[in-house]
Design a protein around this ligand. Structure first.
Ligand code: GLU
Length: 308
């Protein structure tokens, strides 16, 4: 496994949350245990929501927790590679402009398990304009093949075998001209030699679409592992532990060892939330010891408490 390349790929559209830090910790423990190269990819393509200050804060907060990376990649630096992939998808006749409004999608799309909408393929037969995708003002989608894929998650997480089933044909270029998550991620994983993807199970529903894109573009398929999420109670429902507390507030109440202790207890790596540095968790790290079920936590305003 010495030649494995892994990556942690947070979006820089907001601050890190406890779930971001847990995902980073697990990705780091996995890579360092295997002797893999670990890259930090800052997903900064969203021109409206991504900000330099979030990018800098992410790098600072991960370093504060005691996590190091062997390389840092910015998605905005890979414009050419993303555009070549769009060229290739256009050559393959897979790109189409979508004019569906949000309300049309809400009416016609099927709800997904994650609370999103599965695109029903309404615009699939619309051609690109004569000038090609660069001249198209509308968002572009990719027509994914619908053959079921033989997919395996290393930890046995269910992955939808049908690439379109979870979300339908994904948008690959948005109305504002930016390249969208599914395509950019796939291109960047290949470009940076990623062979191993460790991430939260909220992204498991993207895996089939991403593997379908890898096949269309003739890119290698990494190994996948999806792990538990941290949730919070929101009314009757559970939601990702996001709104409640960000890294800056956590840092006012915890030092790195104390927070790492809390996260490692939530992940099932330790029985008690005693302070510990990430490096001290390497000894004996094994995915068999990591809790599979999502954990519910509450932010009291001062402390993160494990509720379930
Ligand atoms: N940027 C994505 C997120 O923060 C994750 C991308 C990935 O790991 O594939 O949810």
């Amino acid at each position: 496994m010495g030649s494995a390349v892994s990556r942690f790929a947070p979006s820089t559209t907001g601050p890190a949350h406890p779930g971001t830090l847990l995902a980073a910790l697990l990705c780091w423990l996995d890579a360092r245990t295997l002797g893999a190269t670990l890259r930090l990819r800052l997903e900064d393509l969203d021109p409206e929501r991504s900000r330099l200050e979030w990018r800098e804060a992410m790098v600072r907060d991960l370093a504060w927790l005691g996590l190091d990376f062997d390389a840092v990649d910015l998605q905005t630096e890979a414009r050419e590679a993303h555009e070549s992939a769009l060229d290739r998808l256009a050559e393959l006749g897979r790109l189409y402009p979508c004019r569906c409004t949000r309300s049309a999608l809400r009416e016609r799309g099927l709800p997904t398990a994650e609370g999103g909408i599965r695109y029903p393929g309404t615009c699939r037969s619309r051609p690109l304009s004569d000038g090609g995708w660069r001249e198209t003002r509308e968002p572009l989608r990719v027509a994914l093949p619908t053959d079921p894929l033989p997919l395996r998650d290393e930890g046995g997480e269910p992955l939808d075998p049908d690439p379109g089933a979870a979300m339908g044909d994904p948008i690959v270029r948005r109305r504002d001209g930016s390249v969208a998550y599914q395509l950019a991620g796939v291109v960047d994983d290949a470009r940076t030699g990623v062979t191993r993807i460790v991430r939260g199970r909220d992204l498991a529903s993207s895996t089939a679409a991403q593997v379908a894109l890898q096949r269309l573009l003739d890119l290698p398929q990494p190994d996948y592992r999806h792990h538990l999420l941290l949730l919070e109670e929101r009314g009757e429902k559970l939601a990702k532990l996001h709104g409640a507390v960000d890294a800056a507030s956590l840092r006012q109440h915890y030092d790195a060892e104390a927070l790492c202790g809390v996260l490692s207890q939530a992940a099932g790596l330790r029985e008690r939330p005693n302070p510990v540095l990430p490096a001290a968790l390497l000894d004996g790290f094994d995915w068999e010891r990591v809790t599979r079920r999502d954990r519910v936590m509450r932010w009291t305003g001062e402390r993160l408490v494990l509720v379930d």
